[in-house]
Design a binder for this molecule. Structure first.
Ligand code: F6R
Length: 609
């Protein structure tokens, strides 16, 4: 949901800003812009509608703009259509103040009216122009740039990561955040600001995680932090240990394919995070055995694929640990007056910044419940606010459609379920060891599966022109169907739905016609025959059938396509069944000429409601 960058130092700012924005384009890509303080002390703003490449070309890779201090933005439109006029940076009428913003100013109409009454006029439809002019208003009133920002923060409702340049303070960038991500990096005399670490990793590994409502002042000499009373606050840098290459394509055509291929490593690392000497140890998560014993019920919240990982987790925990689990969409949970009774609330989020999931964590904490986050991004807001944090070890995920982070969430869920089962005594010792062995063999099986990509590619080429695709399954096979369907629709733009196979007859089957593609997931032994019957019913009505089934599973000979997966414990089958579905979506998207890593209308980190 928009990416912001800032730079002050000895290099030409524009190329550094463009470079940082390239790494943030996954957050939004309908327009982009930069503001740089030129050698005459004027703020120069350059913007362009479309991908970052359009801006890049317009300003010759940054060479057309001179200056050592600047801010930049890549946009995912919230207020106002994608256009050059609505693109950031925004500025006051005199062009003495410019700002970039990621987030949503909820009371922007009220603030806009107030500013109009004070003589301001507006050229764009954005809430960011209002934010910029609000800062301008308070700067003119108090003649103090820090005060202007703290007054802004006191009056604004919503979320923001805001970076501001002020002509009266050359070579300085002011910034503040609330509920939208922002990190600041330093390297000698240089200071960098960004929505996410990969944007600055090429230049520094020393990063400050800015807290909510902290103001930062970036100068050549370093960064100073203040609270809203403008008192200085001390902060420590954190050293980033992962490589810049982790956020590069590494020879793959798309980030999505690279990330699909990283899954064996990701699963190994995530399991090893809590598996020590053949047993689970959750001390790094912050959970003691005593905490586990207190768990009498669990509510899982998440959005999109993270919610889907939650559905899998629900089945596995209930099956292994016999604790009641409910899984809810975070966007619903936060506004529902749910009956809660001391449950542990588990929030699943790759980014750790999803607005609805964060709000659900806060709602749970307000009700006195303990919260555990399963997150991928260190220093993210959800990670900081939850009582316990399980860091999935997926590394930076750049493709908008999640693959490896989802796989990491699944195994984090299995590990949690197993540990809970052991503590509650619902799994025998031998069975426990057997299941752990099975869990640790998943990476090898995923690797094996990835070798079958050609078969999937060919099938994708045959089914390129479908209008509708259905995914069906029962139990855990239903849980993986919803993920397969989401993956397909979000990057191929083909309409797709997932149904619990038993539900087909209750309405959906009327949509099946000649050539409709129906995917069946057949990994749950006791349910395979039932789902096969449902598939046969669709076949009798003209459907083309593809199934994902374990080696050795009997599949009717007239089904058009069978993707085989290695045999595993049924509880972990989602981790294998999802791989062909991810690859199918990927190849279909490539073959249809779509922008796989940046599908239309989407953004990686949904920091607005
Ligand atoms: C789908 C996808 C999204 C995210 C969802 C939650 O491929 O990536 O559905 O899963 O937006 O995001 P996080 O996990 O960052 O909270």
């Amino acid at each position: 949901m928009c990416g912001i960058v800032g730079y002050i130092g000895g290099k030409q700012a524009a190329p550094v800003l463009l470079d940082g924005l390239t790494k943030l384009e996954y957050r939004g890509y309908d327009s982009a812009g930069i503001a740089v303080l030129d050698p005459d002390g004027n703020i120069v703003i350059e913007k362009a509608k479309g991908r970052l490449s359009v801006l890049n070309e317009k300003i010759d890779g940054g060479r057309a703009v001179n200056g050592f201090c600047g801010i930049g933005h890549t946009r995912w439109a919230t207020h106002g259509e994608p256009s050059e006029n609505n693109a950031h940076p925004h500025c006051n009428d005199e062009k003495t103040i410019a700002a970039v913003h990621n987030g949503i100013i909820e009371n922007y109409t009220e603030l806009k009216d107030k500013l109009i009454r004070r003589g301001y006029s507006f050229y764009s439809a954005t809430d960011t122009e209002v934010a910029t002019k609000l800062v301008d208003y308070y700067y003119k009133k108090y003649n103090d740039p820090l005060r202007a920002i703290s007054e802004f923060a006191l009056r604004v409702r919503g979320s923001y990561a805001l970076a501001v340049m002020n002509k009266d303070y050359p070579d300085t960038v002011f910034a503040i955040r609330k509920d939208s991500p922002m990190i600041i990096g330093v390297n000698g005399g240089e200071a960098f600001l960004a929505s996410d670490v990969p944007a600055i990793l090429k230049y520094t590994r020393n990063v400050y995680y800015v807290d909510n409502l902290q103001i930062a002042r970036l100068e050549k000499g370093g960064v100073t932090f203040y609270n809203l009373d403008r008192e200085e606050v001390e902060k420590e840098t954190v050293e980033i240990t992962w490589n810049a290459e982790a956020a590069e394509k590494g020879g793959f055509e798309h980030f999505m394919l690279k990330e699909i291929y990283e899954q064996p490593r990701v699963v190994t690392d995530t399991v090893n995070y809590v598996l020590k000497n053949g047993d689970f140890d959750f001390s790094e998560v912050g959970l003691t055995d005593k905490d586990f014993k207190k768990i009498k019920g669990i509510v899982i919240v998440g959005c999109g694929s993270a919610y889907h990982a939650g559905v899998v987790m629900q089945y596995v925990i209930e099956d292994l640990a016999r604790v009641p689990v409910r899984v809810e969409l975070a966007s619903e949970f936060r506004y529902r007056n749910a009956v809660l009774n001391g449950e542990l609330v588990v929030a699943i989020s790759q980014s750790g910044e999803t607005a609805d999931t964060l709000a659900a964590v806060r709602a749970a904490r307000d009700k006195g419940l303990k919260t555990m986050a399963i997150v991928n991004v260190l220093g993210s807001t959800i990670a900081r606010e939850a009582d316990y944090v399980f860091f999935t070890k997926a590394g930076p995920e750049i493709s908008v459609a999640t693959t490896k982070a989802y796989s990491a969430q699944l195994v984090a869920g299995y590990a949690f379920a197993l540990k809970l089962a052991k503590i509650r005594g619902t799994v025998e010792k031998d069975e426990y060891s057997r299941i752990i062995t099975e869990l640790t063999s998943l990476p090898e099986k995923i690797r094996e599966l990835l070798n079958c990509k050609e078969e999937i590619q060919k099938f994708a080429a045959k089914t390129l022109d479908r209008h509708d695709v259905f995914f069906i399954g029962r139990g855990l096979d239903y849980a993986v169907s919803v993920e397969g369907s989401l993956k397909l629709k979000e990057i191929s733009y083909i309409h797709s739905e997932a149904y619990a196979a038993g539900e087909l007859k209750h309405g959906t089957i009327s949509l099946i016609e000649n050539g409709t593609l129906v995917f069946g997931v057949l990994t749950q032994k006791n349910l395979i025959e039932k789902t096969v019957s449902n598939l046969v019913e669709t076949k009798s009505r003209g459907a083309l059938i593809a199934v994902v089934a374990e080696e050795g599973t009997n599949v009717p000979a007239d089904f058009e396509q069978v993707f085989r997966i290695p045999v595993t414990d049924g509880r972990f089958a989602a981790s294998l069944a999802v791989i062909p579905l991810q690859l199918f979506a990927y190849y279909l998207s490539v073959l249809r000429g779509n922008d796989v890593d940046k599908p239309r209308n989407l953004a990686k980190s949904v920091t607005v409601e």
